[in-house]
Ligand binder design. Sequence first.
Ligand code: NAG
Ligand code: NAG
Ligand code: NAG
Length: 299
Amino acid sequence: MACTGWWFIWSYCLAFILLKYGEGVRVTVRETNLEVVQGDSVTLPCSFFTMMPLFRLNIIWTFMSPSDPQSPTQVIVYDNGQVIESPAFTGRVGFAGIPWSADIILNSTRVSDAGIYRCVVSNPPETGDPGIGELSLSVLAPPSLPVCLWDGDAGAGGTVSLSCMVSEGMPTPEMRWEKLEPEQVSLPVIMEEDHTGSVHIANVSSQTSGLYRCSVTNVLGTQNCYVNLSVYTSSHSSPGILQGVLLTLSMALVLLALLVLVLWLHRSGQEIKWRDGGEEDECYNEIRYTPSLMKRSFV
Ligand SMILES: *[C@@H]1O[C@H](CO)[C@@H](O)[C@H](O)[C@H]1NC(C)=O
Ligand SMILES: *[C@@H]1O[C@H](CO)[C@@H](O)[C@H](O)[C@H]1NC(C)=O
Ligand SMILES: *[C@@H]1O[C@H](CO)[C@@H](O)[C@H](O)[C@H]1NC(C)=O
């Protein structure tokens, strides 16, 4: 008797649904935006309603990575009572309530699992379009260890840039640069491509020297890297050497000039003597005065 009652209700509902919704498998997704921490398990929900027996139930789960939304990949398939896992998810995915529900469990989640998941349910001989459900999965991950680097001229008066790069972290980690010693100072960070944050310090001086820390933080944690910057001052050492070198050089130049002068004087004295002897016609003045000079010198 109970059975007859059940079948009566079932038939009534069936007729009602047929009238109200027409044909086809209907799919509902209880939660369309899911979040999971990397490494944890997550259930991707997909419920369906069909009016036919489940002998030929077919369920296909596909995944679209945000980096390649044009080519969805298969995750897992249920077909004619058989489960087929795709190689990319082998050992990590399974149906949670087959054949009554199309929910799947994804174990040991990875950052690369983040994206859009779609379940497609058909149940021949039920006609009409297959039911489709869609949800988006975010995989949260703590920041990876950042890499700190410095670049530029660490001589006094130079310009130095400190850069910090973090490759992983979901949500995207926030970055801070601080000088720790001698006192803690926050520095303005310029964000660049590929999650790199830089700090530019112009006209560095000995006060710029010290320990700098880059911290990357998101909801799951914080990681740090450090730069130990030491600015060298050139004002005491190398200009002293430079001055010494310059002084020596100029002294040598003066000596050389003196030598050249002496040699030149010596040669010009000889030339005058030669002219006195051989070129009398050309230089009247010299000729005129020289004898008298010579006479005087002999007197
Ligand atoms: C996922 O993990 C749960 C609990 O650890 C386990 O029962 C289940 O078999 C795992 N599923 C797959 C597909 O590995
Ligand atoms: C660089 O710093 C020194 C001392 O710290 C200062 O005297 C000089 O004016 C600064 N130069 C510039 C271009 O800011
Ligand atoms: C930073 O470098 C200076 C000199 O090179 C050194 O004396 C100091 O101990 C270093 N500090 C750290 C934290 O490494």
